[in-house]
Design a protein around this ligand. Structure first.
Ligand SMILES: C[S@@+](CC[C@H](N)C(=O)[O-])C[C@H]1O[C@@H](n2cnc3c(N)ncnc32)[C@H](O)[C@@H]1O
Length: 208
């Protein structure tokens, strides 16, 4: 069966219709590296960060607290997740904008070119569409801008891979080689999680 971007968007909306309510209470137990990657982002010349697949807005909230002069845009296809992001970032609403849209090759353009694009545990759920999203990030960024990605990398355990696939996550070590080829790597690390049940990666690269 051929899956389209529209199928992927529908799947995400339906999945997060139920998971949005328990997302923040549960995901801290396995979405590792989300704070660590901020320590490796460029500080100079950043005015606008776009998070693609911002979910409940926890990364945007963290960035708004840490970087008082950054403007932040969150994009997500799930209204249920964005409703939570809106509440989470309400204190910073002058600096944070949220858009309900899909990030795909032919999706709506960003209001302006960002200095930094963050994908945090979103790209492994873009099935199909992850390559197009990485390409689009390259086009959307300002020259010299940076991409940051933190996500699942691989698992050697077929049962766990199957379980993650059921939850719409692809875990085939497929993202890192494409990120490395498209962007000039500036920092990256692969880390084990849960005693080696899976690995996750963090990557910061530059559009040169
Ligand atoms: C696992 S959550 C990650 C949320 C947040 N970035 C975090 O680190 O907690 C993945 C998010 O990506 C969003 N997403 C999936 N496909 C998308 C697409 N094509 N365009 C925009 N957002 C998408 C989902 O709706 C979901 O909110």
């Amino acid at each position: 069966m051929i899956r389209t971007d529209a199928d992927q968007n529908y799947t995400m909306r339906r999945y997060y219709q139920w998971h949005a309510a328990i997302y923040d209470a549960t995901r801290w137990t396995f979405l590792f590296g989300r704070k660590t990657i901020f320590d490796h982002l460029p500080r100079e010349n950043v005015q606008l960060l776009v998070e693609v697949g911002c979910g409940t807005g926890q990364n945007l909230l963290y960035a708004a607290r840490q970087y008082k002069d950054w403007r932040l845009i969150g994009i997500d296809v799930s209204r249920d997740m964005l409703t939570r992001a809106c509440k989470a970032t309400a204190t910073f609403s002058r600096r944070v904008q949220l858009f309900e849209q899909s990030y795909s090759a032919d999706g709506p353009p960003l209001p302006e070119a960002p200095d930094l694009i963050l994908f945090s545990y979103s790209l492994t759920m873009f099935n199909p569409g992850w390559e197009a999203a990485i390409d689009r990030a390259w086009r959307d960024l300002k020259p010299g801008g940076h991409i940051a990605a933190v996500d699942f990398h691989r698992t050697m355990h077929p049962a766990f891979r199957w379980w993650m696939k059921r939850n719409h996550v692809r875990m085939d070590a497929h993202l890192l080689p494409v990120l490395e080829a498209r962007f000039q790597p500036r920092w990256q690390l692969i880390q084990p999680a849960w005693g080696g049940l899976w690995q996750y990666f963090m990557f910061v690269g530059q559009k040169v």
